[in-house]
Design a protein around this ligand. Structure first.
Ligand code: ATP
Length: 146
C-alpha cells in the first residue's frame, strides 16, 4: 500500500464483483444520505450510508466521476473505503438501458399513486434514483484515467 502522505487520501471503491478504484487522490465527494460529502485529507472519521449518485475524485488537476448505487462509506483521515452494490464509469453506462429503467420506474410510480403497494413505490423510487444518477454521470466529460 502507498505510504500515507498528508496531502492525499487513499480511496478504495468496491462492488460485489470488482475493485473499481484504488488510488491516492487529493479530494473525494460522496453521495451521502443527507447530501454530498466533500472529503479532504485529514477529514474526521465517519461511517455513512450512500444513496445512488455520483462519486467524484480529484487527481492532480483532473476530476473523475463514477456512478455509485446505494452502499456504505468509511472515512478515515487518509483513507476512504466505499462498498456499493453497483458502480460504473461514464463510458461504461448504457444510456438507453438507463432511460428504459427510468421509464419503467416512472410508470410504476404512477401505478403506485393509483393504489399499488407502498413497497412497490419505494422500490420504484430507488430504481428511478439509480437511473437518473446514471444518466447524470453518463453526461460528464469523459476523463482519461491516469
Ligand atoms: P436495470 O433495471 O436496467 O437492471 P438497475 O438499476 O436495476 O437497472 P442495478 O441493480 O443497479 O441495475 O445493477 C445491476 C447490474 O447491472 C450492475 O452490475 C450494474 O453495474 C449494471 N447496470 C445497470 N444499469 C446499467 C446501465 N445503464 N449501464 C451499465 N451497466 C448497468
Amino acid at each position: 500500500m502507498a505510504e500515507q502522505t498528508t496531502d492525499r487520501i487513499h480511496v478504495e471503491l468496491v462492488t460485489p464483483d470488482k475493485l473499481m478504484l484504488r488510488e491516492d487522490v487529493l479530494a473525494v465527494s460522496l453521495p451521502g444520505r443527507e447530501g454530498y460529502l466533500g472529503i479532504l485529507p485529514g477529514h474526521a472519521p465517519l461511517l455513512t450510508e450512500l444513496k445512488p449518485g455520483q462519486l467524484s475524485y480529484t487527481d492532480e488537476a483532473v476530476s473523475h466521476y463514477l456512478f455509485v448505487s446505494g452502499g456504505f462509506a468509511e472515512v478515515q483521515p487518509h483513507r476512504v473505503t466505499v462498498l456499493v452494490e453497483a458502480s460504473e464509469r461514464p463510458e461504461e453506462i448504457d444510456v438507453e438501458r438507463a432511460k428504459r429503467a427510468q421509464q419503467r420506474a416512472e410508470e410504476r410510480l404512477r401505478k403506485a399513486g393509483a393504489g399499488e403497494s407502498e413497497i412497490d413505490a419505494l422500490r420504484a423510487q430507488a430504481a428511478l434514483q439509480r437511473a437518473m444518477a446514471r444518466l447524470e454521470v453518463a453526461e460528464r466529460p469523459k476523463q482519461e484515467q491516469a
